[in-house]
Design a protein around this ligand. Structure first.
Ligand SMILES: C[S@@+](CC[C@H](N)C(=O)[O-])C[C@H]1O[C@@H](n2cnc3c(N)ncnc32)[C@H](O)[C@@H]1O
Length: 372
């Protein structure tokens, strides 16, 4: 069998951190590209990445890559892949397509062509005119970029950012993968205090607690590939055991605060669901009076951006007030703050030592880094 690749799409800006995570998981031949990370497929690595990856959006098994300037080429390239090695007789194979900068733009037609090509190939292999599709799901994803098609099996199902601890949310919650990425980019691994003075539903402190404890974020959820017939089911247990063996025991000083008491309640409830309520605490507090007592630590935070014009001024006022509070913070403290506001540094009153471009969904943001 030729060497297949695993692929994890990431939010733009998190490719490097995701690649680091994979290397730490012993993934081989890790390659970061724009918006995704690739590495060599092994069954163990597919399972491990699903259970342990914090910043990747999903795990895809890439089955083929070929030029597809027209529908005939898309059909032929798809039909040439040995789908019967991966999708059993009863397997269901829903299809999702995305096309970027390519001649084939109709998602509907691309979906129909891939469905027909896979169906024809499997029908011939199993001697069936109609495939039942009554069994486990082997979801297929097609991605076409610059007329090159890539076909994947989706090993994850609901995206990896759906850890399962955030059933209810505030108005502008941060994606779990982005919160984890911010914590990792701030180089927090459990040492010293961590604060989020605009914590909302608590995503940053909760992800920080899981990072401090080295708890795999996927232990409490399920994945599509758990039902794949050809993937040894014992691997899920073995990899979960391995992940739990790697957890650290310790006391951590992680605190989230917010001016909104309801957000604080929600953050507490989410921490309980995530099983980290003993590792982080939450309280009602105004960030404009932020005053950490410790000599050194990290603030990782996501204040309101003021996306709507009426709120823009309010956000500027808040940044200015937080900036005044920051002047009194002991020198050893570092700050990683995410905002899409182009005037953040000016209103905060200090230029960042470093900036990282990150996308909060479609929103282009900067992670402003001070003393990290
Ligand atoms: C963008 S949200 C944070 C979302 C959070 N990262 C999450 O994942 O849910 C910004 C938060 O800042 C809070 N906030 C606004 N002004 C504040 C202030 N002066 N002090 C503390 N929190 C404030 C809001 O209540 C809101 O929950």
């Amino acid at each position: 069998m030729t060497q297949l690749d695993l692929v994890s799409p990431t939010l733009f800006g998190l490719e490097g951190v995701c690649a680091q995570e994979l290397k730490r998981m012993d993934a081989k031949n890790v390659r970061a590209e724009n918006g995704r990370v690739l590495w060599d497929y092994t069954p163990e690595s597919l399972v491990r990445a699903n259970l342990c990856l914090r910043t990747g959006e999903r795990v895809l098994l890439r089955l083929g890559r070929f030029s597809a300037p027209d529908f005939d080429a898309l059909y032929d390239g798809t039909h040439a892949l040995s789908w019967e090695e991966f999708i059993p007789r009863e397997g269901a194979f829903p299809i999702r397509c995305r096309s970027v900068d390519s001649k084939l733009t109709s998602q509907q037609r691309c979906t129909a062509v891939v469905k027909a090509a896979v169906g024809d190939r499997l029908g011939r292999a199993y001697g069936l005119e109609q495939l039942p599709e009554t069994g486990a799901e082997y979801a297929i994803r097609l991605f076409i970029m610059n007329d090159v098609a890539e076909l994947y099996l989706d090993a994850t199902g609901p995206s990896l950012h759906k850890r399962g601890y955030r059933a209810m949310s505030v108005i502008a919650p941060l994606r779990e993968t982005l919160a984890a990425g911010m914590v990792l980019l701030s180089r927090y691994h459990g040492k010293g205090p961590l604060r989020d003075p605009f914590c909302g539903s608590g995503t940053i402190p909760i992800e920080a607690a899981m990072i401090a404890r080295n708890r795999a974020p996927g232990l409490d959820r399920s994945f599509s590939a758990q039902r794949w017939a050809w993937l040894p089911s014992r691997l899920w247990l073995e990899e979960a055991d391995r992940a739990m063996d790697l957890e650290y025991d310790g006391d951590y000083d992680i605190e989230g605060s917010d001016v909104d008491p309801q957000a604080v309640e929600l953050a507490r409830a989410n921490a309980v669901k995530a099983g980290v309520e003993e590792l982080c605490r939450f309280r009602v507090a105004d960030a404009t009076r932020f005053a950490p007592p410790e000599p050194a630590g990290r603030v990782v935070t996501n204040p309101p951006y003021g996306e709507r014009i009426l709120e823009k001024r309010e956000a500027e006022g808040l940044y200015a007030a937080f900036g005044r509070a920051w002047k009194a913070v002991p020198e050893g403290w570092g700050l990683s703050l995410l905002s899409s506001h182009t005037e953040f540094e000016r209103t905060f009153g200090r230029k960042a030592d470093k900036k990282r471009k990150l996308y909060n969904g479609p929103l282009k943001c900067d992670l402003f880094l001070y003393n990290i």
